[in-house]
Design a binder for this molecule. Structure first.
Ligand SMILES: *Cc1c(COP(=O)(O)O)cnc(C)c1O
Length: 215
């Protein structure tokens, strides 16, 4: 991460979200003892179960996987930042559940920048509308933009995808109150260095830290 920042001449900070899905709580405790402050889970149930092992919970919990409406209540109750908000429907459900518990839920809007058919994320064309709706939602605070690049064999091919994401993110800042939009979440084990070179300030890395996942 530091080398990628140096190559890009960046002096700001990039947050490492250690992606702990399918890895045991013991690994998370070890990571936390090594300085990891932010953890990412794909599934609401797995994340909330693991939180029980951290009674004086000082970690910041990120929900990075696709969120189904029937899991929104639990997600809002347990996660600090939801990265995967990609539809009007989901946005409304989060707003409603957050209102019920008197919370303002921090979220990122996920966009399918590379237009992959198999992937979640709002269509690029839907993104402006999603921003407008998110602005109206009283119990949701949009803090930024999230995307995933395709799993190209030649990782350099991710660069144009990340570049488009950065442009959409910069554009998005002007649509919300000053300083509110501040996170650009992109880059995983395979492509986090390029993502940082292109402006990511949150990277979501699992395999490079914990090794391969067993499903
Ligand atoms: C699993 C996952 C990651 C981490 O992937 P690695 O390749 O193991 O680093 C990052 N983001 C999302 C959305 C994921 O589902």
């Amino acid at each position: 991460m530091a080398s990628a920042m140096a190559r890009a001449g960046r002096v700001d900070t990039v947050t490492l979200v250690a992606v702990t899905k399918n890895h045991p709580v013991e690994d998370m405790i070890e990571a936390a003892s090594c300085g990891v402050t932010d953890v990412g889970e794909n599934r609401v149930k797995e994340g909330t179960d693991k939180q029980k092992a951290f009674p004086d919970n000082k970690l910041k919990w990120h929900l990075i996987g696709h969120l189904q409406t029937n899991k929104v209540k639990q997600a809002v109750a347990h996660f600090d930042l939801i990265h995967s908000v990609d539809s009007q429907h989901l946005l409304a459900a989060i707003d409603k559940e957050a209102e019920k518990i008197g919370k303002v839920q921090d979220i990122l809007l996920q966009v399918n920048v590379a237009r992959e058919e198999s992937k979640t994320g709002a269509a690029v064309e839907e993104f402006p509308k999603l921003c407008c709706l998110a602005k109206e939602a009283q119990h949701v605070r949009v803090c930024g933009f999230m995307c995933m690049a395709p799993n190209f064999e030649n990782v350099e091919e991710t660069r144009p995808v990340f570049r488009i994401a950065k442009a959409l993110y910069d554009d998005m800042k002007g649509k919300f109150p000053d300083g509110q939009v501040r996170y650009l979440s992109m880059g995983m084990t395979h492509d986090f260095e390029i993502a940082i070179e292109e402006g990511a300030n949150i990277v979501r890395v699992g395999t490079a830290i914990f090794g391969p996942r067993n499903y």
